[in-house]
Design a protein around this ligand. Structure first.
Ligand code: SF4
Length: 319
């Protein structure tokens, strides 16, 4: 029985690694499963005041990336995109304008790891000038040091999304220590911290996931997420397949409870059933997307802002 663990969570206590593993080992579809979802849902609705969020991400470039992640369509040794591309500042501003008019709360600007930081900062300053003060701007780029973290802040970013991925250094070419240094730089610069347990595949065990949930909590994560790996044809991990939406829903609920985000809980990609499990935000995508093989993901896997808002309203979140 998981009752006592959920009581601790509802009292605001930190759950231990063992508690988290017990929750993850609950059988999908069992009575405990629904109690778990219910606890995550209750915590989100109460702590976040029933607020739902619409996020959007613009992928700025589609180019072979030297980090060469084995799950990504832009990894240099297995590049699986239909073209290479670098968006112009005008294209980015035009897309920004549409997303702002559509009412996004947080806007992410994503690049591959090799994108020149100076160019990125220039783009960010222009985007910041075009968006209202209450819209958060989030950096999603390769690793960076403390000086760059402060430059990001000075350019108008309010937060950064950065991850020590599952099997970092094995399925990617970046060492976990490098990722951790970047996480430290984000915190030192006072940027809001966005984290994710990702990219979850059938081969990952629960211990690996719990490590990242607790890492997020230790860093006082503002916005937390889970992402299942999308098997992209042509990438080395394609044959490993994908976990089910129900399994991801359970992992989302446990992640919500264990990592204790300050503001919101997200899931990638958009999976409506997770809205029953403490997820109160979803993300629209425009441009490059490591889970897609078309360079404009809004014509492929990416969801648009209107659909996301509708899903949140249907789940009776206030948006
Ligand atoms: S996931 Fe990011 S860092 Fe990894 S290869 Fe793709 S673009 Fe590069």
């Amino acid at each position: 029985m998981i009752k006592n663990i959920l009581i601790k969570a509802r009292q605001g206590q930190d759950l231990s690694k063992e508690d988290a593993l017990k929750l993850l080992n609950v059988k999908n579809g069992s009575e405990d499963f629904y109690e778990l979802l219910s606890a995550a849902n209750q915590l989100t609705r109460e702590e976040f005041d029933n607020k739902g969020y619409v996020f959007a991400q613009i992928g700025i470039n589609v180019e072979p990336c030297s980090v060469d992640c084995k799950f990504c369509s832009m990894g240099k040794s297995h590049f699986a995109m239909n073209e290479t591309k670098k968006k112009s500042i005008n294209e980015i501003l035009e897309e920004t304008n549409i997303l702002i008019q559509d009412g996004v709360d947080d806007l992410f600007l994503m690049t591959t790891a090799d994108y020149p930081v100076e160019d990125y900062l220039k783009i960010a300053r222009e985007v910041r000038n075009k968006i209202p003060d209450d819209v958060r701007l989030i950096a999603n780029i390769g690793d960076f040091d403390k000086d760059t973290a402060f430059e990001l802040k000075e350019a108008g970013f309010t937060g950064a999304y950065h991850i020590n991925r599952l099997r970092e250094g094995i399925d990617t070419t970046v060492k976990p220590e490098t990722r951790i240094k970047t996480l430290d730089a984000i915190k030192e610069a006072g940027l809001e911290f966005y984290y994710c347990v990702e990219p979850i595949g059938p081969e990952h065990d629960y211990e690996e996931m719990v490590e990242e949930m607790i890492r997020a909590r230790d860093y006082d994560v503002d916005v937390m997420a889970v992402m299942r790996r999308t098997p992209v044809k042509g990438t080395p991990l394609f044959d490993k397949g994908q976990i089910t939406a129900l399994e991801l829903t359970k992992i989302a609920a446990v992640t919500r409870i264990v990592s204790k985000p300050q503001r919101a809980m997200n899931v990638h990609e958009v999976i409506p059933m997770t809205l029953l499990a403490g997820v109160n935000l979803l993300c629209a995508e425009v441009g490059a997307n490591p889970r897609d093989t078309v360079s404009d993901t809004e014509t492929g896997r990416g969801c648009n802002v209107h659909l996301i808002r509708e899903l949140l309203i249907e789940a009776e979140y206030d948006v």
